[in-house]
Design a protein around this ligand. Structure first.
Ligand SMILES: OC[C@H]1O[C@](O)(CO)[C@@H](O)[C@@H]1O
Length: 505
């Protein structure tokens, strides 16, 4: 995932152009992100399609239809298997990303991308052809394995191919591709929902398109110099670096790569390292940032927007169209973040984004409370429905210029070499784990907590915004080598820093 970006250090003062290789690399990055985003966005629309529900979740279908005659709106989609359909993918991805990190290290990045692409393809085909719930869930699990492999290997591949100066920008571009994938999925669902039959099959099988691109890419793309060095092929690595950078003058960078590879071999156990007190701030960031990113509640919207909008009384087409609108807002606000993050810094984006999210969550919770109350009986007027959608759009925008991209960027900026691989794995796995949890329990929580659910997530955003305010120093423009300086001068974290430590760690 995007969190895996920063791999080798280096000052970045090397010669090198934006060559065809770099552009190809960006395309692969894009397909990796698209693949992930497409899966995030596709399930909600599909689960709101009658034909799909009737085939796999007849109970939910009948409950929804009967509700037209009265009953609690909060619980109409509450079904564990329906949630498992969405969430199983993320659990499989979590497990597979550990397997992928072993494959990627031992056999290279390309092999992992190839494995990821192929397994994903099988999953997409199974999903599109599924005749029963078992096959459907099996397909989702395979998609998850594919995503685990892709999210682990694509960012590593990218960070090693990109000229160091572009690394940060590419990091955020991965998240950009994720949001584009979500939007494409929303558009596809909108289109296929108008088909008389099998629209859901088309939605699910189209996930194969980015997978084919990634699989073919993995076959034709070159190995990264870092990977060749790690596997003892130094000469080949140097020739490759010259090709990628479009210049024969790569001695400095090549030397740094060798040093970085030697250093990472000396780092016996990054997992033991990161547990040392001096890395407490980084460990805290690696755990709390992805946890908080998911506890904003964003995936309630990304996974279940169409279902949520149907709960608010929208018709099928309107619910799917509204998901397209939130998808668009997500893409544009992420773009804005890319253009402003280095000007304003990370903290202002986090603080403004967080504050806006809190206001929106309180507003949505209050509106739903006023219409549905505790027993879930009531109907939204058209005007109030539109106001609610507008507030949800502001919430999505606030997420997309703060916790969305920064949830990946900030952890990758604060990890020194000797803990980087462990730090990034923690970041990615915590994110996947809570993505799974939210996918698995949201519909039940909505049924149990009712409008209070929005206050619940709002409460978490208050906590995370206070965390940023008091515990996260600004990392804008600080080279990775100097990052210890900011912890040393921080009112809270300085007590963990060894006094005699003048190295970059
Ligand atoms: O754009 C929203 C998406 O971004 C992520 O946070 C990943 O960075 C996903 O969990 C979410 O669905």
């Amino acid at each position: 995932m995007a969190g895996g970006f920063a791999v080798s250090g280096g000052s970045g003062d090397y010669e090198g152009k934006v060559t065809g290789f770099v552009i190809m690399t960006c395309l692969v990055a894009a397909t990796g992100g698209l693949l992930f985003g497409y899966d995030i966005g596709i399930s909600g629309g599909v689960t709101s399609m009658d034909e799909f529900l009737l085939k796999f979740f007849p109970n939910v279908y009948h409950k929804e239809k009967n509700l037209k005659e009265g009953g609690s709106q909060y619980c109409k989609f509450n079904d564990h298997m329906l949630q498992l359909f969405t969430s199983s993918l993320y659990l499989a991805a979590l497990v597979a990303s550990f397997a992928a990190s072993i494959t990627t290290k031992a056999f290279g990045r390309k092999i992992s991308m190839l494995i990821g692409g192929l397994i994903f393809l099988i999953g997409a085909v199974l999903n599109g052809a599924a005749m029963n719930l078992g096959v459907l869930i099996l397909g989702r699990l395979l998609l998850g394995v594919g995503i685990g492999y892709a999210n682990q290997s694509v960012p590593v591949y990218l960070s090693e191919m990109a000229p160091p100066k572009l690394r940060g920008a590419l990091n955020v571009c991965f998240q950009m591709a994720v949001t584009l994938g979500i939007l494409i999925a929303n558009l596809v669902n909108y289109g296929t929902s108008t088909m008389k039959k099998n629209g859901w099959r088309v939605s699910l099988v189209l996930a194969a398109v980015p997978a084919v691109v990634m699989t073919v890419g993995a076959v034709f793309l070159p190995d990264t110099p870092n990977s060749l060095i790690d596997r003892g092929q130094k000469e080949k690595a140097k020739t490759m670096l010259q090709k990628i950078r479009g210049t024969s003058n790569v001695d400095n960078e090549f030397e740094d790569l060798i040093i970085a590879s030697d250093m990472s071999k000396q780092v016996e156990n990054p997992w033991a390292n990161i547990m040392k007190p001096r890395y407490r701030p980084q460990l805290t960031v690696a755990v709390l940032v992805p946890f908080f990113q998911q506890l904003t509640g964003i995936n309630v919207i990304m996974f279940y927007a169409p279902v949520l909008f149907k709960t608010l009384g929208f018709g099928d087409g309107a619910a799917l169209m509204t998901a397209v609108i939130t998808g668009l807002v997500n893409v544009f606000a992420t773009l804005m973040s890319i253009f402003t993050v280095d000007r304003f810094g990370r903290r202002p984006l986090f603080l403004v984004g967080g504050t806006l999210m809190i206001i929106c969550q309180i507003a949505v919770g209050s509106i739903i409370a006023s219409v549905f109350g505790v027993d879930g009986l009531g109907t939204f007027s058209k005007g109030l429905g539109n106001i609610t959608v507008a507030i949800i759009c502001v919430y999505v925008a606030a997420f997309a210029w703060s916790w969305g991209p920064l949830g990946w960027l900030v952890p990758s900026e604060v990890m020194p070499m000797e803990i980087r691989s462990a730090g990034q794995s923690i970041n990615v796995s915590v994110n996947m784990f809570f993505t799974f949890i939210i996918g698995q329990i949201f519909l039940t929580m909505l049924c149990e907590m009712k409008f209070g659910l929005f206050f619940f997530f709002g409460g978490f955003v208050v906590i995370m915004t206070l965390f940023i305010l008091f515990f996260l120093p600004e990392t804008k423009g600080i080279p990775i080598e100097d990052v210890t300086r900011i912890w040393k001068s921080h009112w809270f974290w300085k007590k963990y820093m060894p006094a005699d430590d003048n190295t970059h760690v």
